[in-house]
Design a protein around this ligand. Sequence first.
Ligand code: ADP
Ligand code: ZN
Length: 222
Amino acid sequence: MIIIMLGAQGTGKGTVAGLISEQMGWPQISTGDIFRKNISEKTALGIEASKYTEKGELVPDEITVPMVEDRLNWEDAQEGAILDGFPRTIEQAEKLDEMLKRNNKKVDLVINLVTPKEEIIDRMLTRRVCSNQECKATYNIKLHPPVKEGICDKCGAPLKQRADDSDPEAIKKRLEIYEEKTCPLVEYYKNKGVIRTEEVSVAVNRMGKDVAEDIVKEIKNK
Ligand code: ADP
Ligand code: ZN
């Protein structure tokens, strides 16, 4: 089963993807995480990608698409996978459809997370990630803080703020790109009849973990 996470920055895509991944035993494939890992390890791909990620711009498809295709071919992704951060444009969605088709697969479910704008920027500023590249757990110092301040519950490594989350210009740029390039994907997947929109917000008292729980229950009941 191929699941895609859609939604603006700060809606909790990573949280929902991580929980479904844990429960189903399918990998969470986060393009942002793969880029950050390569950047910290200073691989050729990382050095190239950082030119874009630093500014909050999209990394070109020539780099991103083969990277995703390769990851989807791993053994651990054959039963299911949750894509988090890809596709982000109509072109990427079309390329994904093509690569899945070659393997007799398709996009089965698109989880579209919606959060009021006022909450979004606040959430990006209060987001923290585990500095351990093998763990990458995400927290929010207001909404779901770690038990011990600044320390990851899962592995004990220090938490940090992502470079692009502390830069207001990069945040603005990412939200603009989301509106312009990624939003049209909602319509794209609506037409395919695979989208499921979920409001995640303090206002309606529904959080990422509630969404993940419901979805896992439904998948397991099928
Ligand atoms: P966010 O969604 O909060 O901006 P991500 O972790 O998903 O963060 O992505 C971080 C950065 O990695 C993006 O700003 C972009 O530069 C790059 N990136 C991630 N996914 C893609 C993608 N599918 N296509 C192009 N660039 C991407
Ligand atoms: Zn950790």
